[in-house]
Every structure is written in C-alpha cells, then in structure tokens.
Design a protein around this ligand. Structure first.
Ligand code: ACM
Ligand code: ZN
Length: 527
C-alpha cells in the first residue's frame, strides 16, 4: 500500500536524520545492547522461513503467525539459520542480517530473543531490511510477570497467550498466583475437595454470577512446557498462611477454630487464616508443596506470606501453645517461624522460596535465605529479592495511581536485586480485554528497565508510537496515552472507580465475626 510505504520511508529517513545528528534511536523494545545498521545495503526478502531443525514447534508457530500478519509468505527465499556459539551467555544472542539472516546463541533462550528482535525488524522495515548486526543480552536475571488466577480464573489458552505476550517483551519468568481466598486453581490428588469446592466462588465483585475453574495436572504440565519452549520458567505461588479461605472452605481443620466458611466471594483481607499451631496444618502444607514441586520443576517457589491478620492466632490455644514452645513474643514472630519452616521444607527440595515483603512488622526472625518479592519500601537485608514495587509495577492499579511515567521512571537496584516483576492482581480484571488495558503500555516500559538496567519516561516516550503500532499488529489491546498518563481529573475518576471496592460490609462483618470467635474462644477455655 503506497501510504504504508511512504510512512515506512519516512520512518527510515527519520532514523537516518537521527543518526546523522549522532542520536541513533532504534525502535526495538526492549532496546538491544548494541546495534549497528548499514542503511546503504539492503536484503530483499520475497519469502522467509526458519531452519526448523533448530527451533521448537511453539516458537516456530509464533514466528510464522507473525510473519503471516505482515503478509510475508513463509518460504525458502531467505532461511534464518542458527549457529551455536559457546562463548555467549545463556540468554545472550547475536543477530546478523546481511544477504543472509543468522542467529548466534548458546541456548534456547537466545534463539527466542533473537527471533523476537527479528519480528520487530520485519515489522519496522517490511521486506527490505538494511544490513544490521545486533549483539544483545539482558541486565537482570529475572524479568517477570505475575498473573493472579485466584480471583479470576484464566483458561489454559489465555495463560498461553499471556506467555506469548511475555515473550514478545523478552520476559523469562511467569509467576502463577494459584491459590487465593476466592479460588483454588490447581488439582491436588491428596486433597480433592480443593478443586471440587475450593475452585468455585458464589459471586464476584462485578456481578452475582458464580465463577469457577481450575487446572488439571495435565493442563499445568502443558502450560509449563509451553513456557519453557519460550525460555520462560514458571514459579507457582501457594499463598499461605493468609489468603487461604478457599482451602479453609474445604478442610475446616486447617483453621484455628474449625469454622465452616465458604470460599470468599468478595475482595478484602480475611481474618480467618491457616492455624500455625497445629501439626496437621504443616502436614497439609507439605503435601501441597510436594505435589506442586512435581508439577513445577523450576528453581523458584512462592509461599505468599502477605496480609496475615493475627486476630485468630491471638485467641487460638494451638497457636499460643506453639508460641510458648518456641519462646516467641508475638504473633508476627510466629509468622516468621511458620514461613521459615515452609522455607526450610522448600530448600530441602532444592527450591529457592520467596514471600511478599508486604506487612510483617517484626521480621527479625525471618531466614536470610528466604527471598522477597519486594512490593513496599522495606529493607531487604542481605536476602535476594525481585522488585515488584507497588508504586511502579502493580499494573492492576489504575493509571491514576501508577501512571506510565511512574512505571518508566522507576529505578532498579543492583546487589541482591534479581530483577523485576509486573504483577497483575485480578480483583478487577475479569478477562483478557481488561488485562491488556491495564498491562499495556506499562509492561513495555517495565521490560525496557529490566532488560537494559535503566530507563526513563523521556526515553520510552520516543518509542511509544512505534510500540503502540507494534501492539496493534500483534492484536494486543492497550490504554491510550491520555488514559495511561491521566490528567488530574481523569486520574481522580480512575481512582474513585477502583475504590468502589471499599463500599462493602466487609469491615462490619469482620467486627461481628471477630466478636463471634472471641465468644467461641472464651467458651472453649471455660470447658
Ligand atoms: C500483596 O499485595 N497482597 C502482596
Ligand atoms: Zn491457631
């Protein structure tokens, strides 16, 4: 189409002018470490294919899908070849476009990233690509995306789509938040009620319809395999001892007072949590960890630890006896010991465990080898952590709280920082359409930062038009700029819409509930 061609030429001329001024700006996101373009020489591609002996089926399909979107025929005019280069690091790659197209890597991940870069070059230049040499590798080891499938269940095909979208951004770490107050999402052979009962919530925040779903073991395996095909490892999260109402609804002995409570059907921090005093709780937790470790072979394992009100533990004879036995001063210390014990169990299975840094006030007793997903401004000590800043990377929050500018300007630290993770909590994200609106363009800014090690809104803004058009081509939804960097009025409205979550009876029912449990505790102690 002549208009498209004209735009493309404009684009190339713009690049040339920038280059002449010494401001060469590549549009590839995330920006490669090193790129050299010779605009005077070009390869014309009539049709394109991959040397298929060297790539797995998922990556091949993803690549061919995209070039079909570009209307570039799959064929043998130019064949992308792959060369093994031992001198490169695991995720490093080189991509050379001249008369031929060659990918150099030492592993599978490098190939995936090289092909993602090539997709962007084909998008930007069409069939006539200038000679380019790219040498690239990421700054941070963990570049993650967390999907909360607990609040809303996302079917297998959706999760695979998330994986492909992650790969587009050269992310390598999928964190699956699998258990929540509002739903248990993974089949466990030893405790069948977890999915029979625990995967169903009576209503959601949006409507009064039932919502349910879970992954069978076979489905989990297919998700993990698919992620691995794209060089992405998977960390399951089993959120304990809080956020466990779906488990308590199935096995009430896991709670301090064996109350019969339904799976939670509304947002809020629940006061009923796993009992930290009974050995039966630890047996349950270890059984679950065992079955999850069989499904998730990668190194990392998340054990939650966020938002654990201590109301029940304070009154529970089992918890109080445990505190006495361990010589602890308060319930926060009891949580430290709970987390440490599960962390030790995970370590025994060769896993690096993580917990949320969220709200433990007294964490002196917490093991130093227990990693943090760090969402607040907290001192992590010497422990390894993944930056999940709730001021930059909580991408479910309205743009009125976290604008694109905030995400792009967020700085990462060296040292014990393993990388960063964008977290998509799904209280208000029922489907992919809404997920896309919240995730993009913020994920583009975040992937720039964690791949390159630095970023700023000014730099990212230079690429934004290109990024939006690339998302369009990939049929990924997003929020437009006026919405992603809202003015004061719009930002206020976005926050109000979100905060309607506060308009519930939760606070009042918590008070009544606490009184009820106080009465039970008193009655029991008088027996
Ligand atoms: C969290 O935000 N509940 C980790
Ligand atoms: Zn207890």
């Amino acid at each position: 189409h002549p208009r498209v061609r004209r735009q493309r030429q404009m684009c190339i001329r713009d690049r040339y002018i920038d280059y002449a001024k010494g401001f060469f700006m590549s549009h590839i996101i995330p920006t490669p470490l090193f790129e050299k373009t010779d605009e005077t020489k070009r390869v014309f591609i009539k049709s394109l294919s991959l040397d298929e002996r060297n790539v797995n089926g998922s990556v091949k399909d993803d690549f061919y899908d995209f070039i079909r979107k570009l209307k570039l025929p799959v064929g043998n005019d130019v064949v992308v070849s792959f060369t093994h280069d031992f001198s490169l690091e695991n995720e490093e790659y080189r991509l050379e476009v001249n008369e031929k197209i060659t990918v150099y890597s030492s592993g599978e991940a490098g190939k995936v990233f090289a092909l993602q870069t090539l997709k962007q070059l084909l998008f930007e230049y069409g069939r006539t690509i200038p000679f380019i040499a790219i040498k690239d590798k990421p700054k941070y080891k963990i570049r993650g995306f967390m999907l909360d499938v607990g609040r809303y269940f996302y079917p297998v095909d959706d999760v695979k789509l998330f994986i492909r979208k992650m790969s587009l951004h050269k992310l390598n770490f999928l964190h699956l938040h699998l258990t929540e107050d509002q739903g248990w999402r993974v089949e466990i052979y030893k405790y069948p009620l977890l999915t029979q009962i625990g995967s169903v919530r009576k209503k959601t925040n949006f409507n009064h319809r039932q919502h349910k779903g879970y992954y069978t073991k076979a489905q989990i395996k297919s998700i993990v395999k698919y992620a691995h095909d794209f060089g992405i490892s998977v960390m399951p999260e089993f959120d304990i001892p809080g956020h466990s109402r779906s488990a308590l609804a199935c096995y009430n002995y896991l709670g301090c007072f064996e109350r019969n409570l339904p799976v939670a059907d509304h947002w809020g921090v629940k006061h009923d949590v796993l009992c930290a005093g009974k050995e039966s709780t630890y047996k349950f937790v270890e059984d679950i960890v065992d079955e999850l470790c069989e499904l998730f072979p990668d190194k990392y394992f998340h054990i939650g630890g966020d938002e654990v009100p201590k109301h029940r533990w304070h009154l529970c004879p089992h918890c109080q006896a445990m505190m006495k036995k361990l010589g602890l001063n308060n319930e926060d210390e009891l949580q430290c010991c709970f987390m440490n014990r599960i962390n030790d169990y995970c370590a025994g299975k060769n896993k690096q465990a993580f917990m949320w840094s969220w709200d433990l006030k007294d964490d002196k007793l917490l093991s130093e080898n227990l990693g943090f997903t760090k969402c607040g401004d907290i001192n992590t000590g010497g422990r390894p952590f993944i930056d999940t800043s709730s001021k930059a990377y909580y991408i479910d929050l309205p743009y009125g709280y976290i604008s694109l500018k905030d995400t792009a300007n967020h700085k990462l630290y060296d040292g014990n920082c393993l990388g960063a993770e964008a977290t998509l909590w799904t209280e208000y994200v029922p489907d992919m359409k809404k997920a896309d609106k919240m995730t993009y363009p913020r994920l583009g800014a975040m992937c720039e930062t964690v791949w390159r090690g630095e970023n700023s809104y000014e730099q990212f803004h230079n690429k934004l038009d290109y990024y939006y058009s690339y998302l369009d081509k990939n049929r990924i939804g997003y929020s437009k700029l006026y919405f992603a960097n809202p003015n004061r009025v719009l930002g206020f409205l976005q926050r109000i819409w979100f905060e309607k979550r506060q308009l519930t009876w939760e606070g009042l029912s918590n008070i009544l509930d606490d009184l009820k449990v106080k009465y039970i505790a008193k009655k029991n102690s008088n027996l």
